[in-house]
Design a protein around this ligand. Structure first.
Ligand SMILES: [Cu+2]
Length: 119
């Protein structure tokens, strides 16, 4: 009986370690050449978390598959960048982050949500 409890405890510890390791890793996409391809469909940007460096010129290709008006615009908060997205053909959004920080990008109703993390 005791060994079952010990095993359960070990499993729990492993789960906690795994959870924190995952949380610290901050999932998302990094791009060496500054190009990203983001699918816009079903209410989510995929990938929704982008990593970039200060001063790195970025080209974000938005592939909008959602024809609803909700998805038609993407707005980068705090970067003074926004764009209207075409359906069925990729739209390029070019920007160069000048300061480190976390910048949210959303549709105009903020149903689509993404984060650009600049370090
Ligand atoms: Cu929307």
């Amino acid at each position: 009986m005791t060994w079952i409890i010990n095993l359960a405890g070990l499993l729990l510890m492993a789960l906690i370690v795994w959870w924190f390791w995952l949380a610290r890793r901050e999932p998302g996409q990094r791009s060496e050449d500054g190009e990203f391809h983001i699918r816009v469909a079903d209410g989510v940007y995929d990938p929704a978390t982008l990593h970039a460096r200060v001063g790195q010129p970025l080209t974000l290709w938005f592939h909008r598959q959602d024809p609803s008006p909700c998805a038609e615009q993407v707005i980068f908060q705090g970067l003074d960048v926004s764009a209207f997205l075409a359906v069925g053909e990729p739209t390029a959004v070019r920007l160069t982050p000048g300061q480190a920080g976390r910048y949210r990008f959303t549709c105009q109703m903020q149903m689509y949500q993404g984060t650009l993390i600049v370090d």
